[in-house]
Write a protein that binds this ligand. Structure first.
Ligand code: HEM
Length: 534
């Protein structure tokens, strides 16, 4: 009790003094460290309050005692000094700084979430190794994979084209009995099944689902527990989470062993003429497999790394498409929205019934809805490790923050995306399809814009480690929403809660730790669907 009382008194006093100093006139001449939030339990610090199971719940709790106008604070999280930034100027400066990295966080994800041994994770990243016979260091090889195969326009176009081809074939298997056939489905559950097949096949090839047909179900079980694993909660407290991970890793490993038996490690050249092939799919995935081989990684490690990639691929774009479709079809939302979206979508339909992705990507209302979906439902902690001290500006243009080396910095997307001073009329917790549209002064027409959102809206992170899948993600989401709406008519039946029972309300945010990306929904929308007449 004495230790707790002393810790409480000491950290409170420290906070009061630092806050006074931080907000004084003196602070405008010398960079100041952020005020350190008081706590009672040594080492644990603010961990219990911070790790809430409801997205966004920590912030009102924090701002009850700590003024938001400070733009930042420091908390202790299980022994780790962690700076939380909520000043847009400071966040932008963090993204621009060359020093801060994701290295420690990436290493944690591989070990704690994907169950990869430390030795193997270090061998994968090999951050300190020099160039090998490719002339590049391992780090440069990883960067090249992202630049060449995930971000280059030609590579993204190839992946999107395979994705839409598979999704189209999937959608064609539905309602084949003629115009009058009707089917009742949970919209999100239905979409998830088809999108998962299309995105996994486009990126990873078709063999993985043949060898491991339970992948979708077992992956989404893993997706639910991923953050509890990242928090490092011991196995005896969350045995189910560990079991779920073992199951999915066993399946992914089975795939690798089978392929190895068939092909003896041969991977179709990612730089050759072949865009996509069944065993490893896209150029991006083939380049990853070549890298695994060069690094001499164990099969179990390869399974874990593929699971990590599958997480990037499926855990955000699929729920984002679900939220988008549900808002467009929401019977309690704007009654004109579906009609206006359809007016845009038909302009992107080609003669053969496919959709033209370039046209889709230029549709202002569709784009605005996509961004509004990301604003409302992405909840990420963009995390960086400080190897040196850095100084970043605060919004008043006078004061500066000093962030000391060896700390971790988190820029939480939630605060900027739901800032009541930025997102007005309607307020930030309301879905507003036209939120990212303005009248273009030259043409007088509605145009899509993100102006004025820098440092407040960063669903894909920022700086040199910004999400490398963002271009593909956008095409995948817009393509899916368009293909689904152009193929079927939907009639609302009822909302469903997490147990699949009828409920009055539009699905909300599913309970779970904050910070991992697009928040899953805690229900679904039951719809009657029929094939759409052209
Ligand atoms: C709506 C969809 C998506 C969202 C909101 C999203 C968001 C993010 C965010 C916030 C990060 C961390 C960036 C940072 O630290 O600055 C990230 C990293 C990453 N994302 Fe995405 N992502 C999406 C889709 C995708 C897709 C489709 C792929 C794969 C094709 C992908 C692959 C990755 C990878 C590999 C990383 C790790 C990069 C690294 O370690 O440097 N993401 N994503």
């Amino acid at each position: 009790a004495a230790v707790l009382a002393w810790t409480y008194l000491y950290t409170n006093l420290r906070y009061r003094l630092s806050l006074r100093h931080y907000t004084s006139a003196f602070a405008s001449t010398k960079p100041q460290p952020p005020p350190h939030i008081p706590y009672t339990v040594p080492f644990l610090g603010s961990a219990l309050q911070f790790l809430t199971r409801r997205p966004g719940e920590y912030w009102p709790h924090l701002f009850k005692t700590h003024p938001r106008s400070t733009g930042a604070c420091t908390i202790l999280l299980g022994g780790q000094t962690t700076h939380l930034l909520f000043s847009p100027s400071a966040i932008l400066a963090l993204f621009k700084a060359r020093g801060p990295t994701r290295d420690g966080f990436n290493q944690d994800i591989l070990e704690k979430c994907m169950g990869i041994k430390r030795r193997e994770a270090l061998r994968y990243y090999a951050l300190k190794e020099g160039a090998d016979d490719t002339g590049l260091t391992p780090l440069q090889q990883q960067e090249r994979i992202n630049d060449q195969y995930l971000l280059k326009t030609s590579a993204v176009d190839e992946m999107t084209s395979k994705f839409t081809e598979v999704l189209r074939a999937e959608l064609e298997t539905e309602l084949t009995g003629g115009d009058d056939e009707i089917k009742e489905v949970g919209l999100y559950a239905w979409l998830q099944e088809h999108m998962f097949k299309a995105s996994t096949t486009a990126f990873m090839g078709s063999r993985i689902l043949e060898i491991y047909p339970e992948l979708r179900e077992e992956f989404f079980d893993f997706d639910r527990v991923m953050l509890s694993l990242l928090m490092g909660i011991p196995k005896f407290i969350i045995p189910d989470a560990h079991e779920v991970r073992t199951k999915v890793l066993d399946g992914m490993e089975r795939f690798h062993l089978k392929i190895d038996e068939e092909r003896k490690g041969k991977v179709v050249d990612p730089d050759g003429d072949i865009n996509w092939e069944p065993t490893f799919g896209s150029r991006a995935n083939r380049a990853r497999q070549v890298y695994y081989e060069r690094r001499g990684l164990e099969t179990r490690t390869r399974a874990g790394l593929d699971l990590g990639m599958l997480f990037g691929l499926s855990s955000n774009a699929i729920p984002a498409s679900g939220w988008m479709l549900m808002h467009i079809l929401d019977p309690n939302g704007d009654k004109t929205l579906l009609g206006r979206v359809m007016d845009e979508l038909v302009t992107a339909r080609s003669q053969d019934g496919s959709v033209d992705i370039a046209t889709l990507c230029a549709l202002p209302l569709l784009h605005s809805i996509f961004h509004e979906t990301l604003r409302l439902y992405v909840d990420v902690f963009v995390t960086r490790q400080l190897k040196d001290d850095i100084v970043v500006p605060l919004d008043d243009g006078k004061r500066r923050l000093l962030l000391k080396k060896s700390g971790v910095v988190i820029a939480p997307s939630w605060l900027g995306s739901r800032d009541e001073t930025r997102w007005l009329d309607p307020p930030p917790d309301v879905f507003y399809a036209e939120r990212f549209m303005r009248v273009d002064q030259d043409t007088g027409r509605q145009a899509f814009t993100t102006s004025g959102t820098a440092g407040k809206f960063f669903p894909f992170g920022g700086g040199k480690t910004i999400c490398p899948g963002r271009v593909f993600a956008k095409q995948e989401v817009l393509g899916s929403v368009a293909m689904v709406l152009l193929s079927f008519d939907f009639e609302f039946v009822e909302f469903l809660n997490e147990q699949g029972k009828s409920t009055e309300r539009f699905p909300g945010l599913r309970e779970g730790y904050s910070g991992s990306g697009v928040i899953a929904m805690d229900g679904d929308m039951s719809v009657r669907m029929r094939r759409r007449k052209r």
